[in-house]
Ligand binder design. Sequence first.
Ligand code: JCF
Length: 673
Amino acid sequence: MDFAGVQRRLEHLRREIGRHDYQYYVLNEPLIPDAEYDRLLRELEGLEADYPELVTPDSPTQRVGGSPAEGFDEVNHAVPMLSLGNAFSDEELAEFDRRARDRTGSDQPLVYLAEPKLDGLAVSLRYEQGLLLRAATRGDGSRGEDVTRNVRTIAAIPLRLLGTGWPEVLEVRGEVFMPRRGFEAFNRQARERGEKPFANPRNAAAGSLRQLDPRITAQRPLAFYAYGLGEVSTADLPDTQSGRMAWIKGWGLPVSPELAVVTGVAGCLGYYRRMGERRDGLDYDIDGVVYKLDSIAQQEQLGFVSRAPRWALAHKFPAQEELTRLLAVEFQVGRTGALTPVARLEPVFVGGVTVSNATLHNMDEVERKDVRIGDTVIVRRAGDVIPEVVRSLPERRPADAQPILLPAHCPVCGSDIVRPEGEAAARCSGGLWCGAQRKEAIKHFASRRAMDIDGLGDKLVEQLVEQGLIQNPADLYTLTLEQLASLERMAERSASNLLAALDASKATTLERFLFALGIREVGEATARALARSFGDLEPLMAADESRLQQTPDVGPVVAAHVHAFFRQPHNREVIGQLRDADIRWKPLEVVSPAVSPLAGKTFVLTGTLSHPRDEIKDRLLALGAKVAGSVSKKTDYLVAGADAGSKLTKAGELDIPVLDEEGLNRLLEGLSP
Ligand code: JCF
C-alpha cells in the first residue's frame, strides 16, 4: 500500500469503527459480530503502529471505549477503569508472560490469578461508610454514566456492606451480566409481547442497565461479579490479587466461584482449556479468561500501557459468531417428514472448527431473518450445538441475491410439500412412501395401538429396511419365512410367529388403520372421529377439505394434512397394496353429521349409567354431537344416571334439558346404527 492508500484505509477504518461503536454502545444494536469488529480495530492498531505520525486524537484507538449516553449524569472515576489487552492465541499468551518475566526480573514462573471473562458491562460501585452511594459505567475509562438508581435494583449487589469496620471509601469494580436462563426467559416474554428480543445476553445486560426508568431495570434478571478495586481509603490491603478478592468477598460482594491461582504459562493454558470445556455448561456467557499477576508488588513493577495494565491479559476463546457468504440452500427431510432448510456456506472458522453447513431451522425463521442466497450472514457455532445462521447483513446484500423458496415437491420422494397456514414446519406428504420417513412410518404402522403386529419391534423394522426387504408398510405382508429366517438373531420359530402375527393384524378396525397410516396430526382420537364420520375408507379418501372439517375436532390444519396425504399417488398405491393383502375392517354405518339432528349439540354425562360412558360418548360423537365434561350455558342436554349430583343441580339452575337413560335412548332411536 502506498502512503495515500494507507491514509485512505486509516480514514475508512476509523469511520467504520466509529459507526459500529455508535451502533453498539448507543443504540445497543450491533451490525456485525464481535470478531469482525475486533479485526477492524486490530487492523487500525497495526497500521497506526507502523505509521505513528498518522495517529489522530479522534482515532478510536485513543479511548478505552464507550461514550456516555444522553440522559445520565457523568461520573468521574478517581481511579481510572481499565480495559484489558487481548490474546487470541497461545503464542500471544506466551509473549505476554515473557515480557512480564523480563520486567519483573523473575527467574521463577509467575503466579497468576485466573478467572472467566464475563460478557457483560463493567461498572464501578462506590461504598462510603458501608453504604452503596454511587454506581457508574466505565464510559471512556475516566468518565462514565451514573447508573446508581438502576444498579440498586440488582439483587446480588449489597446496598450495605456486611460486617463492620469498612474502609471509609471502597470502590469495587466488576461486571454486570444477565445469566442465560434469565436472558432466554426474558426474550421469550418479549417475543410473546411482540417486542424485539435482545441479540445476546451482553446486549441485554447493557440495554437493561442503561434504562432511564429504573423500574424497567428492576424487572430484568441481572447479576454481578466483582473483579477488582478502585479507590480505597486504606493502605492496609492484602498484597495479592487473590487476597484482595477474598477481602472483597468478605464485605458481602459476589465474586466468581471460578477464581484459581495458577503458575506460569502452563498453568494459564490448563485453566483456559478447562474453562473452554465448561463454557457451555455455565449459566452465563464468557468470551475468554483473564489472567492477572497475583502479586500486587509485581503489578506495580509492570504498570500500564495507555489504559490497560501490563499485568493482566484477556485470553479470548475462538469467536462463536462469524461472517460468511450464503452460497445455496438445500432442504433436508427428517424422519417425520419435516423439511429443514440447510445453508451451504463459504467455509468459515467459527467456534473452533471450520463450518460449511448451518441450519436455518424452518421457513418461518428464513422469513424472520430475511436471509437470501448470496447474502453475507452471521453464522453461530456454540459448543456442540449444530451451527446456525443467525441473520443476514442486508446492508451488504448483492443486487443479484435470490430469495429462498420452499420446494413444491419432496427432494427425496417427489411427493407434494404441505405447509398449513400458521405452521412453522413444511412437510413431505408422502408418509408411506418417502425414503426419508420409511423407518418411522413402518415402526408406527406396526405399533401396538396401530396395526398391533406382535413381535415386530423397532429394531426389527430397522433391520428389514436396511436389508432392503421392505420399503413401505405393504411390503410387510409379502415377507416370506425364508426371508425372515435369514435375518440375524431370528429363529425359525420367531419367524413363523411373526408371519402369524402379520396375518392376524389384517383383521382390524378402520380407526386403527387410519391411525396406522401415520398422517400428520392424525392421532388415535382424530382417527376415531374420521372413521365415525366417514364409515369407510373410500369416502374419506374422496373427501375435500371442507367435508373433512365437518368431522368433530378436525380443523383446517388437520384437514389440509389428511387431504394432501390421500392426494399423493404413492400413498394411494401403498393403500391399494394393503387392501390387496386383505387388510379389512367392518364398515361403520354413519349418519352424515351435516344432516344429523344432533350435529353440534353439546351433551354432558353424569351419574351412574347402565353402559360404559365411553360407549355412550362414542355413539353421540358418531352423530356429530359433542361431549363436554362440565355443565355450562353452552350445554344442550344433561344425561343423568343414578345418583347424579352437582351437575344435575347446575343444569336445573341453567334451565338445561335433562335426559335419563331412557330419554336418551328415545332420542337416539332411529338415529344411530
Ligand atoms: O470479566 C470481565 N469482563 C473482566 C473485565 C474481568 C477482569 O478481571 C477485568 C476486566 C476489565 C479490566 N479486569 C480489568 C482490569
